[in-house]
Ligand binder design. Structure first.
Ligand SMILES: Cc1cc2nc3c(=O)[nH]c(=O)nc-3n(C[C@H](O)[C@H](O)[C@H](O)COP(=O)(O)O)c2cc1C
Length: 300
């Protein structure tokens, strides 16, 4: 039985990938995740200029997930070269998540991180809480098409747009990405959400609105992957609420070639990647699967 996969031309020893924004701000933490079994790692989203992000509180624990509004805090790509170089020593593919406030900025960051050694870029077209970037680019198929096309023209490494489910029709956005020549699609980012402090009588997050992650969003994410897989050919990376191997298998059967794990680390610790792989293996043994690719889209 084999857990290894090919994803957009990259070889992964298993289909579990660190999701953007969790333990992805330094080369050292990315290496730690690699040592703990992830098949690939995605960095925190990196932009053109340093950003401080939002005032506290920025992350809340809910019953079955997290609500965050970090505000794309990041050091800017010029200060991230060393981290990518250190991360490369982890021995797994490094996918650099990038964002920009216009197409030119996205292209500038994509070119820079390619030069620093990124194995692929994931385009954050889906941040739910920073105006004029993130979901701004991932909710209109024409803008999405122009952006992906512009980046594909300029870089050679795989381009993987990450989509938001905060749209009427995620398939329309996925198709725009595919038409523009993307190499894969990640679905989904967090969902716009809010919590109110009933004593203070106001929203708890510093930014008021944030992004919901964890088990609460999993059924939505699985539905998105299933819908996209029915309509596009490029590989899909499933993301949203994966805590165990059964969750990962659900995404794979819905059409994902690999899965990203973020909030799950909060619930099960950094060894979640190894645990999920063992649980996927047990399922494969029980069901008589030899390879991950045999399972991809089996529920379609
Ligand atoms: C604290 C936190 C920070 C995040 N930061 C980013 C980010 O910088 N870029 C991005 O594309 N997604 C970011 N995400 C979204 C995750 O990558 C992922 O898409 C989402 O949390 C759903 O997966 P999960 O339920 O496994 O966490 C963040 C999520 C959390 C919880």
């Amino acid at each position: 039985m084999m857990l290894s996969i090919e994803l957009c031309g990259l070889s992964l020893r298993n289909p579990t990938i660190l999701a953007s924004g969790i333990l992805g701000s330094t080369g050292a933490t990315l290496n730690r995740v690699a040592r703990n079994g992830a098949g690939a790692v995605v960095t925190k989203s990196i932009g053109a200029k340093p950003r401080d992000g939002y005032p506290n509180p920025t992350v809340l624990e809910l019953r079955q997930g997290l609500l965050n509004a970090i505000g794309l805090a990041n050091p800017g790509y010029n200060n991230f070269e060393e981290e990518i170089k250190v991360a490369k020593r982890g021995g797994v593919p490094i996918i650099v998540s990038i964002f920009g406030f216009d197409i030119g900025e996205f292209v500038e960051v994509a070119k820079a991180v390619q030069n620093f050694g990124a194995d692929a870029v994931e385009l954050n077209l889906s941040c739910p809480h920073v105006k004029e970037t993130g979901a701004y680019f991932g909710t209109d198929p024409e803008i999405t098409y122009e952006l992906v096309k512009a980046i594909k023209r300029e870089i050679k490494i795989p381009v993987i747009p990450k989509l938001t489910a905060n749209v009427n029709d995620i398939v329309e956005i996925a198709k725009a990405c595919e038409d523009a020549g993307c190499d894969g699609i990640t679905a989904i980012n967090t969902l716009r959400a809010m919590q109110i402090d009933i004593r203070a009588k106001k929203p708890v997050l510093g930014n008021k609105v944030g992004g919901l992650s964890g088990p609460m969003i999993k059924p939505i994410a699985v539905r998105c992957v299933y819908e996209i897989a029915n309509e596009v050919e490029v590989p899909i990376v499933g993301c949203g609420g994966i805590i165990n191997g059964q969750d990962a298998v659900e995404f794979i059967l819905a059409g994902a070639s690999a899965v990203e794990i973020g909030t799950g680390i909060y619930f099960r610790g950094i060894s979640i990647f190894e645990m999920v792989c063992n649980e996927i293996s047990s399922y494969m043994k029980e069901e008589g699967y030899e390879t991950i690719s045999e399972m991809v889209g089996a529920a379609l």
